[in-house]
Design a protein around this ligand. Structure first.
Ligand code: ATP
Length: 213
């Protein structure tokens, strides 16, 4: 994402893909403009936040008109580097990793899993949906200078050591699906997604903060 030169706050930057997906749908259904109230309802972000976010993009909504969908779309496309495909590596082709390989990211985002890695003999040398699976021994060889983002779906016990190798190979961002709390140097961006914790947290909220229908 090219948000650095734009000085967009990180919280805003995180919402960009959400806005982008919704606007793309609006655009393909032929809509030319959208109000912050409509956007708010669709993406579940309050409209004051949306207006503030959009003011960073130089998109100033007009009262009674809303925002110009084309303007916003071209802004997001540029900012999110949608004109360029980002190549991603996936480490750990277990149940979750295989699901990601089967999931066609490129349909919604311009990201493509280019290589996968595992240590299991039966998997190495095969393909899942045309993504080749290499042995972890070939990690540095394949990704250095080539890939800047990695998805981690290995057992938690090996997550840190693999991360250290990824960092040495020049990876800039890691999407960590293992429950391991991984340490990375300051210049590396890491996002943790622990599906079990997310599910537990949802159930906790349902039980303890029931919402009125
Ligand atoms: P998941 O947690 O994705 O459902 P699983 O239960 O199928 O996976 P895990 O034991 O979590 O299997 O391992 C995930 C994948 O990571 C497996 O394919 C395993 O072979 C692979 N793996 C294990 N150790 C390593 C390693 N050091 N490097 C790369 N891949 C590894």
């Amino acid at each position: 994402m090219n948000t650095e030169q734009l000085k967009i706050p990180q919280a805003t930057a995180k919402r960009l893909p959400l806005y982008y997906r919704f606007l793309k749908n609006l655009h393909s259904s032929g809509k030319q403009r959208v109000s912050s109230a409509e956007l708010s309802e669709a993406v579940k972000v309050d409209s004051a936040t949306i207006r503030r976010d959009f003011s960073y993009f130089g998109a100033l909504g007009k009262k009674g008109y809303g925002y110009n969908v084309n303007y916003l779309l071209s802004f997001f496309r540029k900012t999110l580097d949608q004109d360029e495909v980002t190549k991603v590596a996936l480490i750990g082709v277990g149940n979750l990793g295989t699901a990601f390989l089967n999931y066609n990211f490129i349909k919604n985002n311009n990201t493509k899993i280019e290589f996968a890695f595992d240590v299991e003999k039966a998997k190495v040398g095969t393909n899942v949906r045309e993504v080749p699976i290499y042995h972890l021994d070939d990690l540095e060889d394949k990704i250095t200078g080539e890939i800047s983002v990695a998805i981690l779906t290995v057992p938690a016990s090996v997550a840190q050591q693999i991360t250290d190798r990824l960092v040495k190979s020049g990876i800039k961002g890691i999407l960590n699906f293992t429950p391991a709390r991984i340490n990375v140097p300051d210049h590396i961006r890491i996002h943790h997604i622990d599906l079990a914790v997310e599910l537990q947290s949802l159930i906790y909220f349902l039980k303890n903060y029931p919402q009125e229908p």
